[in-house]
Structures are given as structure tokens and as C-alpha cells.
Design a protein around this ligand. Structure first.
Ligand SMILES: [Zn+2]
Length: 305
């Protein structure tokens, strides 16, 4: 299978191109390699693991345009990892095998499309990296408060998360994710989330792009030191889900909630309430699902404290 041509890029130059991935659904994966004159670490940035998280994709496209003359080491950017999901504007999963790509890592070349793609990314993008950043956001039907997830009990990843500069931090080690694959190879990694609802506001794109720049300062790839940001570690979570399919009337998108607060109702097509949703803890809404259509066992809110 083809590879990203890291080694053929001349110091002091950038290369854009596509790698042909001969997977179950073959496609051309866009990449940029920016190689500084001076040697240094290799930072790999991915976006579009989920195809409709647009602020992350726009931020990746933007950071890839950094001039090679400004950096030490190598920046590798894969702005749209799951092209089939991007082209289909697909929510959560990709249309080829219906799987959530960020639950398939480290992947399997003998598996389905998502597992093959995860295996290719693990081998060709994550494992060669000195540090790894995976950009995400709220999906097409989600409002989201920016936060950064890092693999728990991995101090180098925590330092990278603090440098990135989003103030809400979540230590987690869920299996199957990009950052769990990086953690297995002891590579510092974070998953940063901003934006949502199919939008890519300047504010959210800048937050992610500046986060990558700050991480590059932290890694010694850019001049200067990132301004310290006071970070809050969230340790308690409530993930609220639907108990029945219906019409979802959320009462709050984002912000603070108190235990017992009414967060919305699911009704039938005639307005009869089928489920009332109440905040089980005091906390900050990390994401909320904003679509009227709601299925059985769909996420509704993520609350952190
Ligand atoms: Zn995502």
C-alpha cells in the first residue's frame, strides 16, 4: 500500500498530494508535509476522522499552509481522513461499513473498510510521529463546548493538552480511538474538539489552529513558548441518552446546569411526552444533540464536572 512520502520532501519545503488507499472503498487521501530547514520532531495532525466536523477540517487545512521557513522538524497534516464520510456528510459513522472510525483503532487490514483505514493511519501516520494531534468537534447535529481529551496517566500527553490551550481537559482511555493507538506506542497525543452543528466559525477554527501552533511551540518546532492557560480537569461525567425514538425538544444547548434541572423532553408525533430529561449532576454541558429527530439510545447530552 502507498505511503506518505515523508523522506522525499526537501528541508525548507512543503509538499501537498494524495495517497491512493486501496481499501474496500479505494480513495485518495489528501496530505501535506511541511519540512523545516532545521531538524526536529515530527508532529502529525489529523482531522476528518468524522466527516462532518468542519471546524477541525478547516483548521487542519489552515495550519498545513504554515511556511516551511517558520518551523523546525516536520509537520504532517491529513485534513480529511475519512473521505467517504466527508463526501456523504455522514454523522458519527461512515457510509461504507456503517462503523464509527474512531472506535476501530489500532485497526485491522483484514477487517472492514473502517478497520482497514484505522490500520493504515496507525501504521503510516500515528506510529511514525513524535507527537500526534487528532482534531474533532461536535457532529452535524451537536452543539459543543471546546475541550481536549488526553490519554490518562500519560504525563507527556497531559503536557501537550495543557500547551494546546483549551481550558477544559478530560483524561480518558477509551479503547478503539486514535489517541489510544498513539498511547499504545507511547506517543504523546491529544484529541481536541471545537465547533459543531455543521458550522466552522472563525472562532472555532482559530481555537484549533492556534492550539496546534501552541503545541508546536511546546515541541520546539516554532519559536516562543505558549502563554500558560488555566486548565480545568473534568473528572465526573454524565452521558444522557434517549430511552425511546421520537421528537427531541432540548431546553439548553450549552453552559452550566444544576442537578435536577429540566433539560428537555422527547415526544411522540402528537406532542405527548415520552421521556423527560433531567441533569443528574451539576456541571458543564460538553455537547448536546440539537436535532429534532432522535432515535432509540441516541446521545442527548454530555455533561462534565
Ligand atoms: Zn469526532
Amino acid at each position: 500500500m502507498s505511503e506518505i512520502p515523508f523522506s522525499t520532501v526537501k528541508p525548507g519545503s512543503s509538499l501537498n498530494g494524495y495517497v491512493r488507499l486501496e481499501l474496500d472503498a479505494p480513495f485518495d487521501l489528501p496530505y501535506t508535509v511541511v519540512k523545516g530547514e532545521k531538524p526536529g520532531p515530527m508532529l502529525v495532525v489529523t482531522a476528518g476522522i468524522h466527516g462532518a466536523e468542519y471546524a477541525s477540517i478547516a483548521a487542519a487545512v489552515s495550519i498545513a499552509r504554515i511556511p516551511a521557513s517558520e518551523i523546525s522538524g516536520t509537520l504532517v497534516v491529513l485534513p480529511i481522513v475519512c473521505m467517504p464520510a466527508y463526501l456523504a456528510r455522514s454523522i458519527y459513522s461512515n457510509p461504507v461499513d456503517g462503523k464509527n472510525l474512531n472506535r476501530q483503532f489500532p485497526g485491522d487490514f483484514e477487517g472492514t473498510f473502517s478497520q482497514q483505514l484505522a490500520a493504515w493511519i496507525t501504521e503510516n501516520a500515528i506510529q511514525p510521529a513524535s507527537a500526534y494531534i487528532d482534531l474533532h468537534g461536535g457532529d452535524m447535529i451537536e452543539a459543543l463546548e471546546p475541550f481536549t481529551i488526553y490519554p490518562e496517566q500519560h504525563p507527556e500527553s497531559l503536557a501537550l493538552a495543557q500547551a494546546f490551550g483549551i481550558s477544559l481537559l478530560v483524561a480518558a482511555a477509551p479503547g478503539g480511538t486514535t489517541t489510544s493507538a498513539a498511547r499504545a506506542s507511547n506517543i504523546p497525543s491529544i484529541l481536541a474538539e471545537a465547533g459543531g452543528n455543521g458550522l466552522w466559525s472563525k472562532e472555532d477554527v482559530n481555537l484549533l489552529e492556534h492550539g496546534v501552533r501552541r503545541a508546536m511551540q511546546h515541541l520546539g518546532m516554532l519559536e516562543g513558548n505558549p502563554e500558560p492557560v488555566a486548565c480545568t480537569e473534568l473528572t465526573k461525567f454524565a452521558w444522557l441518552r434517549s430511552e425511546i425514538a421520537g421528537l427531541w425538544y432540548p431546553k439548553q444547548r450549552l453552559g452550566q446546569v444544576r442537578k435536577g434541572q429540566d433539560l428537555g423532553v422527547i415526544t411522540d408525533p402528537f406532542g405527548k411526552v415520552l421521556q423527560s430529561v433531567v441533569a443528574p449532576i451539576d456541571g458543564t454541558i460538553l455537547f448536546s444533540v440539537t436535532s429534532l429527530a432522535i432515535g432509540y439510545d441516541d446521545p442527548l447530552y454530555g455533561i462534565g464536572a
